[in-house]
Design a protein around this ligand. Sequence first.
Ligand code: GRG
Length: 304
Amino acid sequence: LHGIRHQIHHQSSSVIELDPFSLVADELSILAKRLRSMVVAEVPKLASAAEYFFKMGVEGKRFRPTVLLLMATALNVRVPEPLHDGVEDALATELRTRQQCIAEITEMIHVASLLHDDVLDDADTRRGIGSLNFVMGNKLAVLAGDFLLSRACVALASLKNTEVVTLLATVVEHLVTGETMQMTTSSDQRCSMDYYMQKTYYKTASLISNSCKAIALLAGQTAEVAILAFDYGKNLGLAYQLIDDVLDFTGTSASLGKGSLSDIRHGIITAPILFAMEEFPQLRTVVEQGFEDSSNVDIALEYL
Ligand code: GRG
């Protein structure tokens, strides 16, 4: 973050006083429209499943596209020289379109992972409405997720940048790895903060960090700045998941758009439990017994 701030300081003579989100509000509306057109499937049943979350009103927070478009705003350097025949403008527009494409791909991968996640967790609510698996069944939810991943791959290939393709294709492996790590039954691993942080990188931070790096690479930034962009996305992603894990204990169904206490009820040990265990080692016995017995959930909550 410091490095990126430093860059902005050198490239712009005035400090931006605007609400940063207003800088990308118009682009987010365009992204919403583009996404709706990118997920249209041939077979009506698949079409209604794949479009489920791309309809108006159930778009989620759009956190990843917002971060990526702001990252693009920070990193796209304009050469302060007179324009020749609008060539520079055309190049800048072309670059921005390619970065918008990264934001769209990232959101499609994210939504695909949500659809599959809800099947794995047997969730009934997502983004304040019935989850797709709940409304249309597990089979269509899995297929719709696969379909979105395919559309994301085609959009990725259209960028014709092998390094960026490799970054975002590897993220899918990371999502699957993180999700599998979460299914561990080993009590040593479940109670280890290192294991939790590694899993959190894979399941949440990898998508944000690698897509931030992709934005920097497309902007033609140096490898050093690309690493800073990656680190920024990684730390932001880890923080985002940590907050998500705390909200699972403190939020309400209305504020979360899904049930609270979902992690602990699924036996998923997250940061709040791990921190509480550092202070109260006796909590480990409860964690090892598991949370199928809801009275253990109540006992654990008392330590938080
Ligand atoms: C098929 C790509 C794919 C992956 C399969 C199921 C799975 C492997 C991975 C699950 C990864 C996952 C759901 C991680 C949680 C990340 C997270 C913090 C989700 C919530 O994100 P928000 O709050 O959601 O940004 P909205 O609804 O606002 O977009």
